[in-house]
Design a protein around this ligand. Sequence first.
Ligand code: NAD
Ligand code: WQD
Length: 338
Amino acid sequence: MTKVLLTGGAGFIGSHTYVALIAAGFDVVIVDNFTNADTSVIDRLGMITKGEVVFETADLREMSQIEAVFDKHKPDAVVHFAAFKAVGESVENPLMYFENNIKGFLNLLRAMENHNARHLVFSSSATIYGDQAVQPIPETATRGYTSPYAFTKLIGEQILEQMAVADPNWNFGILRYFNPAGAHDSGLIGEDPAGIPDNLMPYIAKVALGEMEHLNVFGDDYETKDGTGIRDYIHVCDLALAHVKSLQKLINDQVGHTVNIGTGAGQTVMDMLAAYGNAVGRELPHKVTDRRAGDVRELTARADLAKQVLGFRAERDLANMCETSWRWVQNAQRMNSK
Ligand code: NAD
Ligand code: WQD
């Protein structure tokens, strides 16, 4: 059985991917330092998968800690989520982002090389596309960065590309996610950001819970049907399955790939607010404010390469993203108030 090391496996996307990997028959070890996850996630993963969850508390920035995990578990492959991801925070503290997302990543690659584990699925992001005139965006579009966070993702891709040239034994699956949303059907895991959420769906969820008064809609003067920004929201359980398919492809075919993971369809901010309101059963309040610095009009994925290369297609719709998010955040509110 292939043993997979899942870095950041207690986080939002990592926890859903854990469930998908276990369902697909992989032997999985989570490594997380719990800087952005609660340790109770591990118990909840055990409840969903009805099994013992193997995990190690370790920090990728510490080479000795990551080496110890490799020595103990001897993984064959790695799915790498562990990183910081807040764009605004990265602008304020770039070094912190470079240390975690680049140094931590280099340590991981060194440990993989030392232990001869040569299959890696890497979390990239649509943020590396910046502002594109052509939508939906094909994988061949120009890459760039508008924040230190985006820089860490771009450089991550480039590091892997150069390593694959130097040594063809390395196989990399680079997945460029668009906007993950929704939660697991069980209502036991989901996104639970501390403080005021940066991202749209967690913010709308807080409005629905009554923790925020209204949604601030960042600009209604974009060239879109209702003037608000368009994004390609993909259910986190679909995204999790994309990782399973990517890993299976690496193991079976021994060739790498770089693909977008989105639905191919865009939704405006107002579409999202209305869909969430439907799930909750009432209209949710909003106020239009200025545009947010650095935002682009649209980010929608061309999704055909993932279908062609991985046989992956997103199955879940917007209504399901909203229903599952709503179920999860109500549960999380109950758990947090205990
Ligand atoms: P998350 O913060 O929920 O999960 C990341 C996990 O990694 C957390 O559990 C955190 O504790 C852990 N971690 C961070 N630094 C670590 C370190 N040095 N050592 C060990 N563990 C560490 O984030 P997420 O939304 O699940 O994102 C996962 C990955 O996907 C990240 O690489 C992110 O950049 C990328 N990504 C996320 C989005 C998004 O919108 N959520 C979009 C595109 C790409
Ligand atoms: C979506 C839309 C906002 C909040 C970010 C990162 C990106 C990637 C995904 C990791 C935009 C609007 C939002 C709010 C709003 N993460 N909005 N009011 O900006 O597409 O991408 O997350 O890789 O790197 O930049 O996602 O959810 O913040 O915004 O009107 O309170 O919702 O303007 O149009 P974004 P988002």
